[in-house]
Design a protein around this ligand. Structure first.
Ligand SMILES: Nc1ncnc2c1ncn2[C@@H]1O[C@H](COP(=O)(O)OP(=O)(O)OP(=O)(O)O)[C@@H](O)[C@H]1O
Ligand SMILES: Cc1ncsc1CCO
Length: 261
């Protein structure tokens, strides 16, 4: 079965421990694409949720000490039950707190994919980054950054931007779809992290093909969304993007532009 069809039929449950800004957008985007999101604020339910789930998303965008405990318990349960984890270090480098919690969680749990924008991932690679908030200002090539993060952690690394890049033990894949309006709405990368967790969860474990399909499908839906609009602008783009995630099918992936797979 093709991957988009499989997502819509199997509706993998993804536990999303994500930031307060994007919870609603993430849940709507996941549902539209066919996945089944569940958000949680209680560490006591970690084992039950991760028993039923296909994957876990951890996004540190508005983490505080209590949420870090929740993330820790969810990641522990996911590892125990062999469920893949996607980790999104939102704003890494913007504060010592974000650096410390990321380093700590990544050192104590097994993660299938680290994903972030150029600024976050450049900082995570150990290089100097000019990140001040959660948005990327980096000009460095995303492929170079992905490679640097992979070299540091030996965990597959996805760096987003105009060109998206995935680094794994088999080398670098670059992906060229998407629309500039994705950079003008909040939570665009956060939703991609959740979708990626859903796609990896369908396969039970990490495959580069699942991640490339997730990124390409999402970005092609964004292109279609913008093409529907007579005056492309962020507000209505969000609605069109959700609609395209719902309406589009596997054949859309025939239009993807990918190098290195
Ligand atoms: N200029 C652009 N052209 C095409 N696609 C883009 C552009 N900017 C971002 N994207 C796409 O938007 C998505 C999010 O990438 P981005 O790097 O903006 O994430 P982010 O900064 O983590 O987002 P957020 O923190 O708001 O969730 C990716 O799928 C990426 O391919
Ligand atoms: C704006 C913002 N601040 C913390 S998380 C978040 C959502 C985009 O990452």
């Amino acid at each position: 079965m093709k991957r988009i069809e499989k997502l819509k039929i199997q509706s993998p449950l993804v536990v999303c421990i994500t930031n307060d800004v994007v919870k609603n957008f993430t849940a709507n985007g996941m549902l539209a694409a066919g996945a089944s999101p569940i958000m949680s604020g209680e560490k006591a339910e970690a084992h039950d949720l991760m028993h039923a789930a296909s994957a876990l998303l951890i996004n540190i965008g508005t983490a505080d000490r209590a949420k870090v405990e929740l993330m820790d318990r969810m990641m522990e349960a996911a590892n125990e039950k062999g469920k893949p984890i996607v980790f999104d270090p939102v704003g890494y480098g913007a504060s010592d707190f974000r650096v410390d919690i990321t380093e700590d969680l990544l050192s104590r749990h097994q993660v299938s994919l680290i994903k972030g924008n150029g600024g976050e991932m450049l900082a995570l690679s150990g290089a100097e980054s000019s990140l001040k908030g959660v948005d990327s200002t980096e000009q460095t090539d995303t492929a170079e950054i992905a490679d640097a993060v992979y070299s540091r952690f030996k965990i597959p690394a996805l760096v987003t931007g105009k060109v998206d890049a995935l680094a794994t033990e088999n080398g670098i894949v670059t992906m060229f779809n998407g629309h500039s309006l994705q950079g003008k709405i909040t939570g665009s990368g956060c939703l991609l992290g959740a979708l990626t967790a859903g796609f990896i969860g369908l396969e039970k474990e990490f495959t580069a093909e699942a991640v490339v399909d997730a990124v390409s499908y999402y970005n092609l839906c964004a292109e279609c969304a913008a093409a529907q609009m007579s005056r492309p602008a962020p507000g209505t783009f969000i609605s069109h993007l959700i609609d395209e995630l719902y309406l589009s099918e596997d054949r859309l992936l025939q239009d993807r532009t990918v190098k290195g797979l």
